[in-house]
Design a protein around this ligand. Structure first.
Ligand code: HPA
Length: 288
């Protein structure tokens, strides 16, 4: 099957969405249930894939089955679309995502967002693992992203407007929907989670940052650093989706502590906090 290139990605998203829709209809007919196309999507970051365990009546579709969709090459990401019920709502969960550091272009990285848009998704919940820059944060904290700094060196909407961009200069004010951030705060209280708010700076990776970069990012106003989310949020904003991003501080950023950053720590923290994050997301979805 032909894979999308930077130029054609938006058109191919329609084929991919049609495929997902047909699978959802097929599964509903087979189980004599009403056809429900999800309007809420959740993208699961590194080590957070277990959240799909909370989804009921699951229909799992591997990325590799979906026309034109690229596979994740990151071993912490399963690479599935999972459709089912969470918090009483029909949702589509991306168990894994595509990253710039895998060598994909920014357009390919946001291809799943375009698919979700074509499918009819209106609310996008992005999750990620991040390094804590803000010195008041601790490892294991959950942070609602209030804004971002795109330090990835690319923009997924760059190119010919005919290729699918909606606005000439898409507005990025209130990219992270204030109403959803308020809802996240309310639900965090209900779950007994101390939720922070902060600015996420997106970097290309895959190398982690130097301590000097982290000091510079702090001066720029960043509270968190990570290698995802920003490009997806830019694409989703142009598609007029409501966006919430929840970041799990899996480690303090380079130089904050007098020790190297361990990949094992990142994975272990994500696994340890996945249940709390899952409960929070379930509460948010139930009340969207
Ligand atoms: N830097 C960038 N990305 C990350 C980090 C980090 O420290 N931790 C988890 N993802």
């Amino acid at each position: 099957m032909e894979k999308p290139t930077d130029k054609t990605v938006h058109g191919f998203a329609t084929d991919a969405a049609m495929y997902l829709r047909s699978k959802i209809v097929e599964a509903a007919v087979e189980s004599n249930a009403p056809v429900e196309i999800p309007e809420i999507a959740i993208v699961l970051g590194s080590g957070l894939g277990s959240l799909v365990d909370k989804v009921e009546n699951k229909l799992t579709i591997p990325f590799s089955d979906v026309p034109h969709m690229r596979m994740t090459t990151q071993r912490l990401h399963a690479g599935n679309f999972v459709i089912g019920k969470l918090g009483g709502k029909q949702v589509i969960v991306l168990q894994g995502r595509l990253h710039l550091y895998e060598g994909y272009s920014s357009r390919i990285v946001v291809f799943p967002v375009f698919i979700l848009h074509m499918l009819g998704v209106k609310t996008l919940i992005l999750t990620n693992a991040s390094g804590g820059i803000n010195l008041t944060y601790s490892v294991g904290d959950i942070v609602a992203v209030s804004d971002h700094i795109n330090f990835m060196g690319v923009n997924p909407l760059r190119g010919d407007i005919e290729m699918g961009r909606k606005a000439l200069f898409p507005d990025m004010t209130d990219t992270y929907t204030p109403r959803l951030r308020e809802l996240a705060c309310e639900q965090a209280k209900a779950c007994g989670i101390d939720l922070h708010e902060g600015v996420y700076i997106g970097v290309a990776g895959p190398s982690l940052e130097t301590p000097a970069e982290i000091r510079a990012f702090r001066v720029l106003g960043a509270d968190l650093v990570g290698m995802s989310t920003v490009l997806e949020a830019i694409a989703a904003r142009d598609c007029k989706m409501d966006i919430l991003a929840l970041s799990l501080v899996t480690n303090m950023a380079a130089g904050v502590l007098d020790e190297p950053i361990s990949g094992e720590e990142i994975v272990a923290t994500a696994k340890r906090r996945a249940t709390d994050l899952g409960n929070l997301i379930e509460g948010i979805v139930a009340n969207v």
